[in-house]
Design a binder for this molecule. Sequence first.
Ligand code: MG
Length: 458
Amino acid sequence: MGRLFGTNGVRGILNKTITIDTLIRLGYAIGTFFKGGRILVGMDGRVGSPVAKTATISGLLATGCEVLDAGLAPTPTIQYDARFNDVDGCVIFTASHNPPEYIGIKVCGPDGVEIQREDEEKIESIFFEGKYNLVGWNMVGRVRGIVGSIERYVEAVVKHVDRESIARNRYRVVVDLGNGVSALTIPYILRFLKCEVYTINDHIDGFFPGRSPEPSEENLGMLIKAVKAFDADLGVAYDGDGDRAIFVDENGVFHHGDRSLALIEDYVMEVKPGATLVTPVSTSQIVDDVAKMRGGKVMRVRVGSVDVSWTMKRLNAELGGEENGGIFYGPHQPVRDGGMATALILHILATRGESLSETLSKLPAYYMVKRKVSLKEEVKSRLLSIIEEKIKGEGERVEKIDGLKVWFNDGSWILIRPSGTEPLYRIIAEARSYERAERLAEEYSRFIVETMKELASS
Ligand code: MG
């Protein structure tokens, strides 16, 4: 059977890899899966999103679904509104950080959390077998626009932080909204918290003219300059659908997502001793150090936000996080939320009375080096067992939650993981020094390349 869903829902290029016809049938399949129930929909600011939404809604209505349309909104805003509207599920039209030509469809349950792989498979089998439950003409559903999602979300976020302490500081914050939908929520959250707000790339534009929708360091030159020029306390950048936030300190220094995660973890475990953080195997061990220091727990899971959310639900965990800037705050909602991440960082600065660089400098420093090695599908399984043999003899501890992760005596580690979307291995090495991390990544990349050559010639 074919696949529709990738690691983050259905993604493709309109009229090229996803047609209107596919979207209508996807709407039939999702509507059949939700048994013609009540479905909340919403979308990001991409050029193709209104088309994708309209086509998919037609399919949903044909299966008898009642559709509530929240319109344009960040992904966490739509997810948060699921419970308020008492729906059976949500369909969110977003391709997150992908290039502008992409569209995406994300399916979530009644609590706004993305559905699990087994439910995606159910939708796929309804789709590929064409077993749609189309209703009679007098039973088709209706669409109703809803209002207030943005306001409800903004109010919910600020409720979780000490508004008075933040307000007293009158923080000067520069936000780079990346022409994404977070423009609808972030400036208002900050205004609520009495910050002085400066915005860049703040008009929603599906062509993403300001910068790529991925908030990686090389795309944030303008934000870094603006933080210095405005003498700001903080800079924050978001991805296209506003579920991830990346921070720049008052000196204009970019910080990777696992450092802001460790800071939020430190705060959560300080106020709630014994709290649990759920994070993928690829996150820096900085989070293990923080947990040790604060007496909290770290639960490692496979890479991908769905695994983080569902493990949080199962353990009733306080926090989840990813190195890409995804923060899942349990007391609010167990999904990535860029607005919540921003409010939490301000809360930490205000209650500690420290600047971002000061408070981050207290965390241990690690260096991470990432590599990719392309591989041939036919040698994949043999290659993995050869790597495993090599690794067993060298490290002191091997973890197999997702790929192979090996820990060495000096506290450094390497993760070798086949990509879920492309024919390649992702290699991550982390150590106390950059040189050591670099050496590990180099050694293992070379080993994989050489072994592949041997396998191909044998
Ligand atoms: Mg996103």
